[in-house]
Every structure is written in C-alpha cells, then in structure tokens.
Design a protein around this ligand. Sequence first.
Ligand SMILES: [Zn+2]
Length: 85
Amino acid sequence: MPVGYRCCVSCRRTAHRSQFWRIVRNNGDRIVTLDYGMGRSAYLCPTEACLRLAQKKKRLERSLRTSVDPAIYDQLFQRLESPLI
Ligand SMILES: [Zn+2]
C-alpha cells in the first residue's frame, strides 16, 4: 500500500488516510478517541453503510482489541448528519 494509505475496517477499501475517520485506542489509558491520539488506529469510510457495518460486526472492537463506547458510534452518526463538525 502506498505511504499514507489505509484500509477501511468495514469494506476494506483502501484510500489515503485523510479520506477516513480515524478511531484511536490510546497508548497507556486505552481510551478510545476520534481523530487525535497516539496508539493503535482503525480507519473507517465516513459513510452510513460502513459505520453501520462496523457497529454490527464489531469491526472497531476487533481492530482496536478493546471495547468501544457507544458514545463513539453516536458521535460518528452525528457526523453523518452534520459533516462539517
Ligand atoms: Zn468502508
């Protein structure tokens, strides 16, 4: 994969990481955050289909090897409704 390219955890599409939401399990406290953070990361297309699939199949949990707070999914669903946030 070219430098800076990542793979969506739901549909396995590859694209530059700027095209994806980044979900991070931070080193140390293992808190899961969006966009920023240092640690293990998962990438997801900013689409309802990929978000729903990730939630249903627990793709983020599997990729990050931790539980993901429902609030994280809520925030992402909100982003679908207001993409500028
Ligand atoms: Zn995807």
